[in-house]
Design a protein around this ligand. Structure first.
Ligand code: AMP
Ligand code: GLY
Length: 424
């Protein structure tokens, strides 16, 4: 099997490591990749949204499977273009990727499928949105309908805060087109959980559950980031909870998408809140999370490649996944200044020693080689994954490895997984 992964982060490095271990792999490319993916695959200098160039490459190289990492190529229609070329793509069509591209679309699907989610309304008009918020009161959640790179959600604790968000998104166009319409919804309370499911259009199988750490600072303070760490699985999750989410949220969504003629294939990432009335859907993404992927894949015992192929070929009903009985934790090392302006091209040493810690894998999120030097090339730079018998051991191993990494310009949160352990 000849495989092309699209993306350049830790998620794609983790995918590349899993696929590189498959006995049925014959060639692996990553476009554009990073210094980590170059160790297990051949990097190709094509950008993630250059759909025509990616498809042309896949045809010329007789690729059997394309695995997109981020949502951008999916929203841009890479699955549609590859289908026309007769090449498998483990990701949704542009129509099905609307589950990530539009919040109101997801809410409509959820309502039609009977999926529990926060009560909501959509607004194209600022005056009506202001009036709604005045009537409902706070707390209340204001969301840009379109893709807003993680900046489109305000959980407002007061009516004034909600109104400021409406003004910024709709009237001041702070998020451009993404804020042209808004979803305003009921504020839910409870622990958050992400569930990942692999889907073939009709069948979905769980790939695991994880908790992300979005804020840059310890104790969940400071600005939002792409994610500073993840644990999988959170200790409170039971097999019954996973089955409940599959039965009440994932499968009804899949059935509704199929009934509408836009079946969902690929990885469905459900952001959930475990409320006192049970799990409710916050949002969907149409891809693996980063860093959740780096925490989930090291737990997988089964060969990943035939499973992704089965998802593309509509044969997931024949797949039974085997998992290691281990906990997993990922701690992100980022360049100082992230998520604002960060230090660039600083030298990283000590990865070989850090990678020797038992149960540890180091995935590259933003790195490049210059001569013999490994340099940072992004905000999030390394994803250090520890696995162990329980979450404590997984975390201890990840931090033991981090302490061996010599990178003065880097930092990490020291409290990843701490809340989960406190509540164990
Ligand atoms: P989203 O981009 O939709 O995942 O929202 C980002 C974050 O905002 C979520 O991870 C939640 O912490 C929070 N959030 C979103 N919707 C709600 C809601 N209805 N109630 C409470 N918190 C929410
Ligand atoms: N870590 C969250 C995401 O990938 O969207």
């Amino acid at each position: 099997m000849r495989v092309l992964i699209i993306g350049s982060g830790g998620r794609e490095h983790a995918l590349a490591c899993s696929l590189a271990a498959s006995p049925s792999l014959t060639k692996l490319y990553v476009a554009p990749g990073n210094a980590g993916t170059a160790l297990v695959a051949e990097n190709v200098q094509i950008g993630v949204v250059d759909v025509p160039a990616l498809v042309e490459f896949a045809i010329a190289q007789k690729i059997d499977l394309v695995m997109p990492g981020p949502e951008a190529p999916l929203v841009s229609g890479i699955a549609d273009a590859l289908a026309e070329a007769g090449i498998r793509c483990c990701g949704p069509t542009a129509a099905a990727a609307m589950l990530e591209g539009s919040k109101s679309f997801t809410k409509e699907i959820a309502d039609a499928a009977g999926v529990p989610t926060a009560a909501w309304e959509r607004f194209d008009d600022a005056a009506a949105a202001h009036e709604f918020v005045r009537r409902k009161g706070a707390p209340i959640v204001v969301k840009a309908d379109g893709l807003a790179a993680g900046k489109g959600v305000v959980v407002a604790q007061s009516v004034e805060e909600a109104q400021a968000a409406i003004t910024a998104m709709m009237e001041d166009e702070s998020l451009g087109e993404a804020g042209a319409s808004l979803v305003i919804e009921e504020c839910m309370v409870g622990p958050e959980l992400s569930l990942f499911a692999l889907c073939d259009g009709l069948t979905a199988i769980p790939l695991g559950v994880a908790q992300d750490h979005k804020r840059v600072g310890e104790g969940d303070t400071g600005p939002n980031t792409g994610g500073m760490g993840a644990i999988a699985p959170p200790p409170f999750v039971t097999p019954a909870l996973i089955e409940h989410v599959m039965a009440r949220i994932i499968r009804p969504t899949l059935a509704e998408m199929h009934a509408r003629g836009t079946p969902f294939r690929g990885i469905l990432f459900a952001g959930l809140m475990i409320t006192e009335h049970g799990p409710k859907l916050i949002e969907y993404n149409v891809r693996f999370g980063d860093p959740e992927c780096e925490a989930l894949l090291p737990r997988l015992q089964s060969d990943l490649l035939p499973v992704l192929i089965a998802a593309c070929d509509g044969k997931l009903d024949t797949v039974e996944l085997q998992w290691k009985n281990e906990a997993s934790a990922v701690v992100i090392m980022a360049a100082r200044g992230y998520p604002g302006d960060y230090v660039k091209h600083s030298k990283i040493r000590g990865l070989d020693a850090a990678g020797q810690v038992p149960g540890v894998r180091i995935f590259h999120s933003g790195t490049e080689m210059r001569g013999d030097d490994l340099l940072s090339s992004g905000g999030r730079v390394l994803a250090v994954c520890g696995t162990g018998a329980d979450l404590r051991q997984a975390l201890a191993r990840a931090y033991q490895a981090i302490d061996l990494i010599d990178w003065p310009e880097g930092f990490c949160r020291r409290d990843i997984g701490w809340q989960a352990i406190m509540h164990e």
